[in-house]
Design a protein around this ligand. Structure first.
Ligand code: MIG
Length: 799
């Protein structure tokens, strides 16, 4: 019913003709006769930002996602026009902006091919109910186009044919295709004609993405409010698209190395004796483990920053004893603060007015674990500062090493929508708004505040934070997990997809609850899940615990042995994983690469979901089915060595790979040099006095890297790191390795032990930095191994 006092519903509205154009260095403004302005910013030759207003004036330009250190600058920018259009040219892109309707077409500047084109382009609907616009964008889908990304969607890796929603949601026991779940990461990459581009729609309201679902030839995205504000990122390599997005939204600093170890968690380990029983068992059974988690029951009535003294009479002593045994203690902290006048944190929050309020003034009251709670407005800088300060005792005094932020979607029990009502007010860093706009970044701002607290009080050591909810950019502050999954074979597959998808969405430091959170896996499923989990950047077993135990020894001895074997492989690969983390942190390279990201030119890879590359050179494929003795998988093009047998296989085809329960398909790229540590029960248990390098022969060239530093602390930022680049070149009777070192860090070891794998010739001479070495010093016991000084720069092996 439309009353005459109401505004007239106008349906979709469109920009009219461009009437004015203005250039301000790298920012171009196109204004239409109906008050629409398109602001086009040329951030880089391959990155354009498009921002629209429908009221002739832009609001304050503010984003939680964009990293203040994002690189900016182009090599070439030229603007011209003809009767029909404006033409913006950079060294990578050509963008047409049509004068009649503001639509755009974007081309590759080199071969002039069409990359992405507006269909209706920008349009909008006025939101009479809430004010502002429902902003929309539609693009013509290109021939054979595929779509990837969007964070944590538990769906097929290739998003084509589907519609998604971004609204952070607590999703206990979600299933395949449940949408949305915990995170909102409105970034996707598209791929057609071997060229890839990405779109990051930086809008924190509820957003939607439709990939040829509503209309087969159209891709569209829209939001319930805010601005049409998106970044167009061109590759043409998908890896460059992902890296550029990651550069825009940031990467984390290096985590302490122990955070890449194995973590054990359960809801809940208590009292202290139970915690100790678990940690002692790891040491007794020689299963490496670096972190132990305390879930909500460690608190006094679920009050954040308190301890239940019946269960944990002396937390400082316990944390110290655990630390002496190599365990880092991580504790959960939720956002809800219990309404309780005898609880100092509640009183302080109330007095200082730090809690979220409803539109008309009352506090936002919601029920969570502690009962009725108020919730800090983490979108206010002074509240974040206060929150960070609350960690002083926990970290500085008690010695807790990591904090786990849960329920920060934010989750509220027993209410429709399971979150705050839309009218709740937020500061949004001085841009006051309702929960409609702040919902998707609430968890991010909580994790950010937590990170700053840990960074401050754990200094000079590095902080470790893990969050459940996230928006684009959250990866700068914290690691993440996929929330409450389920102990099923299907969920093992989902976990694999989610970790890959998060990595291609800028968020590499992620892992699933190994074995499944809800319900209980059998030993076989747990073993298969561990096998996958040890190749995820974050590796933690967690379970709700109400369906039985889920520690490595909770099944039978065979399973325990398999679990140990794979966790040991992870500990051996720590320098490899750490190097991958460094490449992520420093160069924006995702730590996991789906095959499509690894080789987009091979169309076989576009629909593969199980196989992925961990780091740059390990090809992993989990076994997702019960009773399997192996599986079929796709080996990407190139030459690969079977990790177990060192057998060489040529890729570009599907093949059967044997993998009994104590094995899984793992391949190493030919030419790779894989650094390995000895097995340790926890990071730092042993002084590393020799580093192993597994050198895989290749006919041709391959580059590898090894990054090392003190494994904690911030000295690496002052140049105290060591980065070695290995260039390997092989032919029929020769293998040459050149090593180049950078950085001022001195490793604890002086020698490398090289294992030469797959040499097609018998070694006749070895020359190291121009000196021939006596072959008697080389062990040839089926495996060629050779010890060299870590300072060597050139190794020549001849047959
Ligand atoms: O309402 O803290 O996803 O990892 O163990 C459940 C208890 C709250 C949900 C988390 C889960 C955690 C659990 N939490």
């Amino acid at each position: 019913m439309i009353l005459n006092t109401q505004l007239e519903y106008k349906g979709d509205l469109f920009p009219a003709t461009i009437k004015a154009y203005k250039k301000d260095v790298d920012v171009l403004h196109f204004s239409t006769t109906n008050n629409v302005i398109l602001q086009l910013t040329v951030l880089r030759d391959s990155v354009l930002r498009f921002r629209y207003t429908t009221v002739g004036k832009f609001e304050n330009d503010f984003s939680y996602a964009i990293d203040e250190n994002a690189s900016r600058g182009y090599n070439h920018l030229e603007i011209s026009d003809d009767d029909e259009k404006y033409i913006v040219t950079t060294s990578k892109l050509i963008c047409f902006i049509y004068k009649s309707d503001l639509r755009k077409s974007i081309f590759d500047a080199i071969d002039k091919s069409l990359i992405c084109e507006d269909e209706k382009g920008f349009h909008w609907e006025e939101s009479y109910e809430l004010g502002g616009d429902i902003v929309k964008m539609s693009k013509a889908a290109q021939n054979g186009e595929s779509y990837f990304g969007l964070g944590d969607k538990p769906n097929h890796l290739n998003l084509k044919g589907k519609r998604f929603e971004n609204w952070a949601t607590d999703s206990y026991a979600y299933g395949k295709d449940t949408d949305p779940i915990y995170k909102a990461i409105p970034f996707y990459t598209a791929l057609h004609d071997n060229k890839s581009y990405g779109i990051f729609f930086d809008n924190t309201f509820k957003t939607y993405f439709d990939f040829c679902h509503e209309r087969r030839n159209v891709t569209s995205f829209w939001a319930q409010g805010g601005e049409m504000n998106y970044y167009f990122i061109y590759g043409p390599k998908m890896l460059d698209v992902v890296s550029n997005y990651t550069d825009l939204t940031g990467t984390p600093e290096l985590p302490p190395l122990w955070a890449l170890g194995y973590h054990q968690c359960k809801w809940s380990y208590y009292p202290e004796s139970n915690v100790k029983e678990v940690t002692s068992k790891f040491r007794e059974l020689n299963i490496p483990c670096d972190a132990i988690y305390l879930d909500i029951d460690y608190m006094e009535g679920f009050r954040c920053f308190t301890w239940n003294k019946d269960y944990f009479p002396d937390p400082k002593r316990m944390v110290k004893e655990l630390a002496d045994d190599g365990f880092k203690t991580v504790v959960i902290i939720d956002p809800g603060i219990k309404i309780d006048m005898d609880y100092d944190i509640f009183r302080e929050g109330l007095e200082k007015d730090y809690f979220c309020k409803r539109a008309d003034g009352p506090y936002m009251k919601g029920k969570v674990w502690p009962g009725e709670c108020y919730f800090p407005d983490f979108t206010r800088p002074e509240v974040r500062k206060w929150w960070a300060g609350l960690f002083k005792e926990l970290i500085e005094d008690i010695g807790v090493k990591g904090v786990w932020n849960d329920m920060n979607e934010p989750a509220v029990m027993d209410v429709p929508g399971k979150t705050f009502p839309n009218d709740v007010r937020h500061d949004y860093d001085g841009n006051p708004c309702s929960h409609r706009k702040a919902h998707n970044i609430y968890g991010m701002q909580m994790a950010r505040a937590t990170y700053h607290g840990l960074k401050k009080f754990n200094y000079p050591k590095r902080p470790f934070v893990i969050t459940r909810s996230a928006y684009s950019g959250t990866q700068r502050y914290t690691s993440t997990w996929m929330g409450d999954n389920l102990a099923s074979w299907e969920h093992l597959q989902i976990a694999n997809i989610q970790a890959q998808r998060l990595a291609m969405s800028g968020f590499s430091f992620a892992g699933s609850d190994i074995g499944g959170f809800a319900e209980q896996p059998n030993g076989e499923l747990f073993a298969r899940w561990i096998q996958l989990g040890v190749f995820h950047p974050f590796c933690r077993t967690h379970s709700s615990g109400d369906h039985g135990d889920q520690e490595p020894w909770a099944f039978d001895d065979d399973i325990t042995n398999i679990v140990r074997k794979f966790i040991e492989i992870r500990y051996q690969l720590l320098p490899y994983l750490y190097t991958a983390f460094h490449q992520y942190s420093q160069d924006n390279v995702p730590m996991l690469k789906s095959l499509v990201l690894f080789d987009q030119d091979d169309s076989q890879t576009h629909y593969r979901i199980d196989e992925f590359i961990c780091g740059n050179q390990l090809l992993i494929c989990p076994v997702n089915e019960p009773n399997a003795k192996g599986r079929r998988m796709y080996i990407p093009k190139g030459e690969w060595f079977n990790f177990w047998t060192n057998e060489l296989v040529s890729g570009g085809k599907e093949t059967w790979v044997d993998a009994d329960l104590d094995s899984m398909p793992i391949f190493v790229k030919a030419g790779a040099i894989i650094p390995k540590y000895p097995i340790q029960q926890y990071v730092g248990e042993k002084t590393i006095d020799e580093l192993t390098l597994d050198v895989y022969y290749k006919h041709g060239k391959e580059d590898s890297e090894l990054y090392e530093d003190a494994n904690d602390g911030f000295d690496y930022k002052k140049g105290r790191y060591s980065l070695r680049k290995f260039n390997l070149t092989g032919n029929d009777n020769k293998l040459v390795i050149r090593i180049h070192k950078r950085g001022k860090f001195f490793t604890s070891y002086n020698t490398f032990k090289l294992n030469l794998i797959g040499l097609p010739f018998k070694v006749k001479s070895i020359k190291i930095d121009n000196e021939y070495i006596d072959l008697k010093d080389v062990k040839f016991n089926g495996e060629n191994s050779l010890v060299v000084s870590k300072e060597v720069t050139n190794i020549q092996i001849k047959g």
